[in-house]
Design a protein around this ligand. Structure first.
Ligand code: NAD
Length: 260
C-alpha cells in the first residue's frame, strides 16, 4: 500500500513508464508523470489515471535530455508535494546502427537521456530521501545493462552505466532507508521496440517478420514479450515495505535471456 507516497516516473507518457505509473497509482501513490508527446493526449492520460485510481496525478513536461530539465523535475515535485518518496528513472531512447556509421549526436543524446538524466534526478532527490529516512529509486535499465547485442553501442553502454550507478547509489543509501535497484527488461512491446524494427531489419539485411521472430523473440527463451503490467507490479513490490532489504540489484525480467 503506497498511500501517502509521492512518485515521479520519468518517460511515463508511453510504454513501460506509463505501465509503472498506472501500477503505482493503483497502489495509492500520488503520481507525477513526465515525457514528451501531444499535450491533449497526455492530459487525457493524466485525467484517466487520476479518476480511475482516485489519486493526485500531475504532469511535468521537463525535457530530460537537458541537465536543467532533470534537476527541475525533481525540484518542482519537492516544492509542490513537500517530498519525493519514489523516483523511477525510466525515460529512454534507442538507436540501432553499426558502430562505424553510428551518428555521434545519437550517442550523445542516448547517454544524456538514458544515463545522465538518472544521475541528475537522483543527485537532486537523494538528500531529501536521506533526510526523510525513506526512499525508493528504481532505474529501468535493460537486459542490455547486463549483456550486449550488436548495433546498439550507445544504448548498451548507457544501460551498463545505469547498472553501475544503481549499485553505487544503493551503497550510499543503505544506512538511510533509501534503496536503489535496476529493473532489466528483455523485450517489451512498446513504441520504442516498434520503432527499432525497421533499422534492425536494415542493419541485419532481413525482413520485419524475421526481426520479430529471429532477433527479438529469439533472445528470450520464453519466446514471449514481457508486459508493462509485469514491470508495474515489480515497481510496486520494490516500493513496498517488503522491498526494504532489496537494494543494489539488477533484476532481469526477460524470459530467461541473460541466463543463457
Ligand atoms: P517508449 O518510447 O514507449 O517510452 C519512452 C518514454 O520516454 C516516453 O514517455 C517518451 O515521451 C519519454 N521521453 C523520450 N525522450 C524524452 C526526453 N528528452 N525527456 C523526457 N522524456 C522523454 O519506450 P519504452 O519501451 O517504454 O522504454 C522505457 C524504458 O524502458 C527505456 O529506458 C528503455 O530503454 C527501457 N527498456 C525498454 C525495453 C523494451 O523492450 N521496450 C526493454 C528494456 C528496457
Amino acid at each position: 500500500d503506497l498511500e501517502g507516497r509521492v512518485a515521479v516516473i520519468t518517460g511515463s507518457t508511453s510504454g513501460i513508464g506509463l505501465g509503472i505509473a498506472q501500477a503505482l497509482a493503483a497502489a495509492g501513490a500520488s503520481i507525477v508523470i513526465n515525457g514528451l508527446g501531444d499535450f491533449d493526449e497526455i492530459e487525457m492520460t493524466r485525467h484517466k489515471l487520476a479518476s480511475e485510481h482516485q489519486v493526485e496525478v500531475s504532469y511535468d513536461g521537463a525535457n530530460l535530455i537537458e541537465r536543467r530539465g532533470a534537476e527541475r523535475l525533481v525540484e518542482n515535485t519537492i516544492a509542490t508535494h513537500g517530498k519525493l518518496d519514489i523516483l523511477v528513472n525510466n525515460a529512454g531512447i534507442q538507436h540501432v546502427s553499426p558502430i562505424e556509421y553510428f551518428p555521434p549526436e545519437k550517442w550523445d543524446a542516448i547517454l544524456a537521456l538514458n544515463l545522465s538524466a538518472a544521475f541528475h534526478t537522483t543527485r537532486v532527490a537523494f538528500g531529501a530521501m536521506k533526510e526523510a529516512g525513506w526512499g525508493r529509486i528504481i532505474n529501468v535499465a535493460s537486459a542490455h545493462g547486463l549483456v550486449a547485442s550488436p548495433f546498439k553501442s550507445a544504448y548498451v553502454a548507457a544501460k551498463h552505466g545505469v547498472v553501475g550507478l544503481t549499485k553505487t547509489v544503493a551503497l550510499e543509501g543503505a544506512r538511510h532507508g533509501v534503496t536503489c535497484n535496476a529493473i532489466c527488461p528483455g523485450y517489451v512491446w512498446t513504441p520504442l521496440v516498434e520503432n527499432q524494427i525497421e533499422d534492425t531489419a536494415k542493419a541485419r539485411g532481413i525482413s520485419r517478420e524475421e526481426v520479430i521472430e529471429n532477433v527479438l523473440l529469439a533472445a528470450q527463451p520464453s519466446r514471449k514479450f514481457a508486459t508493462v503490467e509485469e514491470l508495474g507490479a515489480l515497481a510496486v513490490f520494490l516500493s513496498s515495505d517488503a522491498g526494504k532489504s532489496i537494494t543494489g540489484i539488477a533484476l532481469p525480467v526477460d524470459g530467461g535471456w541473460v541466463a543463457q
